[in-house]
Design a protein around this ligand. Structure first.
Ligand code: SF4
Ligand code: SF4
Length: 278
């Protein structure tokens, strides 16, 4: 059976917030019986955009990650709910029943992603329900997917086995897989948000003129072993990306035209080394 999944490309998200606004337009003041009660005008972000600034100065990279209910296949919110107030549909969508969930604040606390919001006025937990009321009426795309100008957000209906293959081939990954909840929201290029880099710009002074060094060999070493290599480009820039955050001490070694320089670096978040004079 084909089920719904959401594919989000972090490299394509520009933080335009149109998906967030489309959800507000759809749900604020609007009730869809059996699917959702009205979303409050303030305080809820059923689709939120996270931001991570990596690096410093000229070596800066910003990634935006839209987050929402992951419609998990092994969802803690389903287990936490009483009287079947949260149900997993056959098409993969998780729905918090707007009537049965009344007073069940534990559903908010059960979500390890923090994607359930408490509606104080109605005393109900709420989350983005994959626009199920629209899909059930023949829509083939969610509101967010429909308005996204870059194609960064797209819902697809696909067999689970095909989805797994696609995830493998296209390096798609869910948010926090270690939680074991089996999310249905998949990210492409999530490394742009979740990993660190070490970057720098190599220069040399000759006859009073400072110039970029192109073609320098740069090596990243950990415990004396080379873990990555790069060559500087025509601006003298190099970058080692997709390093694990907080991965600790390493050495950047630069070799060019008989000159050699080593720099000790501690990788916590991303590190922009700035200009490095050989
Ligand atoms: S993200 Fe949270 S609310 Fe959504 S299905 Fe998973 S556990 Fe439930
Ligand atoms: S509409 Fe698309 S580009 Fe804009 S914030 Fe949402 S996912 Fe990102």
């Amino acid at each position: 059976m084909q089920k719904w999944n959401m594919i989000i490309d972090v490299a394509e998200c520009t933080n335009c917030n149109l998906c967030t606004l489309a959800i507000m337009d759809e749900y604020v003041d609007n009730e869809f019986p059996g699917y959702s009660a009205p979303m409050p005008k303030h305080g809820h972000k059923w689709i939120d955009i996270l931001q991570n600034e990596r690096g410093q100065g000229t070596q800066l990279d910003i990634a935006y990650v839209p987050v929402m209910c992951n419609h998990c296949d092994d969802a803690p919110c389903v287990r936490a709910a009483r009287d079947g107030a949260v149900k997993k549909r056959d098409d993969g969508i998780v729905i918090i029943d707007p009537v049965k969930s009344k007073g069940q604040k534990q559903i908010v606390e059960s979500c390890p992603y923090g994607h359930v919001w408490w509606n104080e006025q109605l005393q109900i937990p709420q989350a983005w329900n994959f626009d199920a009321h629209l899909l059930d009426n023949g829509w083939t795309q969610t509101r967010g997917g429909q308005v996204c100008p870059t194609g960064a957000m797209k819902a697809i209906r696909i067999d689970d086995a095909d989805m797994r293959d696609m995830a493998k081939v296209e390096s798609l990954e869910p948010m926090k897989p270690e939680l074991g909840t089996k999310p249905r929201v998949w990210y492409r290029n999530l490394w742009r948000y979740s990993t660190a880099f070490v970057a720098g710009s190599v220069s040399r002074e000759a006859n009073g003129i400072v110039d970029c060094v192109e073609g320098a060999d740069v090596r990243l070493l950990r415990d004396g072993k080379v873990v990555a290599t790069a060559k500087t480009d025509n601006y003298g820039d190099f970058k080692f990306d997709r390093l694990a955050e907080n991965s600790g001490a390493c050495v950047v070694e630069i070799v060019h035209g008989g000159s050699r320089k080593s720099i000790d670096v501690t990788v916590g978040k991303s590190v922009g080394l700035g200009e490095i004079r050989l």
